[in-house]
Design a protein around this ligand. Sequence first.
Ligand code: G3P
Length: 273
Amino acid sequence: MKIFIDSADIDEIKAAFSWGFVDGVTTNPSLIKMAAEKHGAKNLENYVSSVLAAVGRGHDVSLEVLGGSFQAMIQQGKVLYNKFSGVGARVVVKIPVNPLLKQNECADVEYDGIRAIHALAKEGIPVNTTLVMAPEQALLAAKAGAKYVSPFAGRIDDFVRECCFCNYKKTDYFPQEGIKISPDEILDDNGIVSGVDLVAKIVQIFRNYDLKTEVLAASVRNARQVRELALAGAHISTIPFGVLTQMVRHEKTYEGMQKFTADIVPEYRVLFD
Ligand code: G3P
């Protein structure tokens, strides 16, 4: 499984790439807002260019359009691609699977995201389909030509959990097999019992039809979820910095280090002098 960092913070991105296991970056407007505030970045063209330069060639960085109509998303996708291609990392344009910002009640507006994916893909612009919440959306985006589909695992867990009015923290573990509310009833969202289940079902559909689009699991909240995403066959997980650092921690590893360090005899120590 490839690992991307889900961040627009250049410090986090540089640190993550220095570990040698990170393959790419995903951003969204919320992450850009947080990073710009932290770094006091007023000129976002310069800031985004510095991120792409730091990441370097051979890695993907997803940049999201503002949304809206088919024409707006095509135009914004081209702006992002043309402005930032050549700066360093490969630009992938992030398009919501269908338009969030409904401007009128025309029925065909519903499919603008898919049309925009298709139009950009036909021009050779790689697209990451974002805000995927159902396997059907992923199937349509893949058929339209998306390079990646991004199912939002954590937000589906939130959605399912909210159905039972559970109290939870954003990073709480949500069981892959769902939450049983009676001996024969599991909470679900139209047949999806958890974020990992959503990803697993998309992976299975893509395998059934040998679709080349990669499943990029997003909205990842904790290390155990990453493990389950890898077992489910996600091609990529995009992971926040805090979860990346959580993945290498285990209290027995620390305990083992303390014991080994305590057992070092002087004769062994001199080997390093
Ligand atoms: O990759 C999408 C991600 O940034 C959203 O994550 O935790 O806000 O649902 P989250």
